[in-house]
Design a protein around this ligand. Structure first.
Ligand SMILES: Cc1cc2nc3c(=O)[nH]c(=O)nc-3n(C[C@H](O)[C@H](O)[C@H](O)COP(=O)(O)OP(=O)(O)OC[C@H]3O[C@@H](n4cnc5c(N)ncnc54)[C@H](O)[C@@H]3O)c2cc1C
Length: 417
């Protein structure tokens, strides 16, 4: 690389997932020259970081990107990873994004009038950078994972592919958000004993009053709520993903469904002591909180339908049975007994900004930004939770966010001319 000329471009976009490609779409629309730098291939995280049976939990009609929407025969279906990858690839081709694949960004640092980007294939100077490197680059595993006896295999959702790849025997799935409930159901369905450790979670029915629950989120405007209107933004940004699965049957996958399948529920995993997993008690409170929040949300939908005169279009209001509390949830589990052969950590994901040499990451590893404008002039972000609205991390949330963030970037460039 020594002696190679430094390349100059106005804007560098990091990441060719749907967020980076949407940024490129609006940069092109504004005739701002740019490059999209991608360490792998277009839609890399969908190709490499999902398990075999994965499907989106958002329905097909919600798969829409600027100028491209799902037009297939099953608007209420849910895409497989192959289908999502193809959809994003189509978008890259349609928007003629200048993507440079197989190129890792290893450093971004501030210069007098912009940024210096170091990649595995050369150096670039630019005036603005859009960080679209994803919110879920690394699975989050609690530090006490280190104290788990070595006889128990540990996997994250990035390593997990299918039940038959696991050692025979019991599985402890940790975390009851979308990933955790989906993997617990799949593993239990394969005939294994499954224990699910449940902390704070978001319960939702798959369908409500005859419509996909995400239709209600969309139609009632819940998902449109802006980041500057949300009461507790820090909390909203940390909210776990809802207990939803996209299956052809459109079934609900809440804790009652898992209990009926024979999954054993235990509390939040708090510590490991002498080879034993220790779980919190108080499942009743955790469950009633999730039930209450779901009831409140359904009440918001009912109110919206009533006041907007939409009641006739949908079925009658429904209420769901409270989450069943196990008679005696175990508080400890001996990990040396052989009962549990595998632990699957479905405890969330974190972004990775190890390459970002600009002091804009807080002590929790999160980017400091206001609606996508990072605390450093000319530096922007897309694709993070509740970046500008509640639906920001979802595929259908990117269009408005990217338009607005690139608008801000364009004003920044114009202001400095
Ligand atoms: C398990 C799971 C399920 C989800 N389900 C849904 C769903 O049902 N519906 C929905 O709408 N959304 C869903 N999402 C959310 C969201 O759509 C994804 O997180 C999506 O991948 C985010 O898009 P993105 O473009 O921001 O990031 P990504 O798709 O992660 O793209 C970021 C890109 O940046 C690249 N990159 C990262 N670092 C570097 C670097 N240093 N140099 C060069 N390139 C780099 C990566 O290789 C990657 O291609 C899900 C997310 C997860 C994790």
């Amino acid at each position: 690389m020594r002696g190679r000329a430094i390349e100059h471009v106005t804007t560098v976009v990091i990441g060719a997932g749907h967020a980076g490609l949407a940024a490129s779409h609006f940069l092109r629309e504004r005739s701002i020259d740019h490059l999209v730098i991608e360490r792998g291939e277009v839609a890399n995280s969908w190709r490499r970081e999902r398990w075999d049976s994965f499907r989106l939990l958002t329905p097909n009609w919600q798969s829409r990107l600027p100028g491209l929407r799902y037009e297939g025969p099953e608007p209420d279906g849910y895409m497989t990873t192959k289908e999502v990858t193809q959809f994003i690839e189509r978008f890259a081709a349609f928007s003629r994004a200048p993507v440079r694949t197989g190129t890792n960004v290893t450093s971004v640092r501030r210069t007098g009038d912009g940024y210096h980007v170091t990649t595995s294939r050369g150096e670039i100077r630019c005036r603005a950078v859009v960080i679209a490197s994803g919110a879920c680059n690394r699975p989050a595993v609690p530090p006490f994972g280190d104290a788990v006896p070595p006889s128990v295999e540990q996997l994250t959702p990035f390593d997990y592919r299918a039940p038959d790849r696991l050692p025979d025997g019991g599985v402890l799935v940790v975390g009851a958000s979308a990933t955790g409930v989906q993997l617990a159901a799949e593993l239990r369905g394969s005939g294994r004993p499954v224990t699910l450790s449940v902390g704070e979670h978001v319960r939702l029915p798959r369908t409500y009053r005859g419509r996909d629950v995400l239709w209600w989120m969309d139609a009632s405007g819940v998902w449109d709520q802006r980041y500057d209107e949300v009461d507790d933004l820090a909390r909203a940004r940390r909210l776990p993903s809802p207990q939803l699965v996209g299956t052809p049957e459109r079934g609900t996958l809440d804790l009652n469904a898992l209990t009926s399948m024979g999954v054993e529920l235990v509390g939040r995993w708090a510590a490991v002591r002498d080879g034993r997993a220790l779980f919190s008690g108080g499942l009743r409170n955790v469950f009633s909180l999730a039930d209450l929040k779901m009831e409140r949300l359904l009440g918001t939908f009912d109110e919206w339908a009533r006041t907007r005169g939409r009641d006739a279009e949908v079925g009658p209001p429904e209420r769901f049975a409270p989450t069943r509390v196990p008679e005696s949830a175990r508080l400890r589990l001996d990990l040396r007994s052989g009962e549990i052969r595998t632990i699957v950590w479905a405890t969330g994901f974190r972004p990775d900004y190890g390459w970002l040499d600009v002091p804009v990451v807080d002590e929790k590893g999160r980017l400091r930004h206001h609606g996508g404008a990072v605390d450093s002039p000319g530096l922007y972000a897309l694709g993070l939770p509740v970046l500008r609205r509640r639906r920001s991390t979802f595929i259908h949330g990117i269009e408005d966010d990217a338009r607005e963030v690139i608008g801000h970037l364009a004003r920044h460039l114009a202001g400095r001319r």
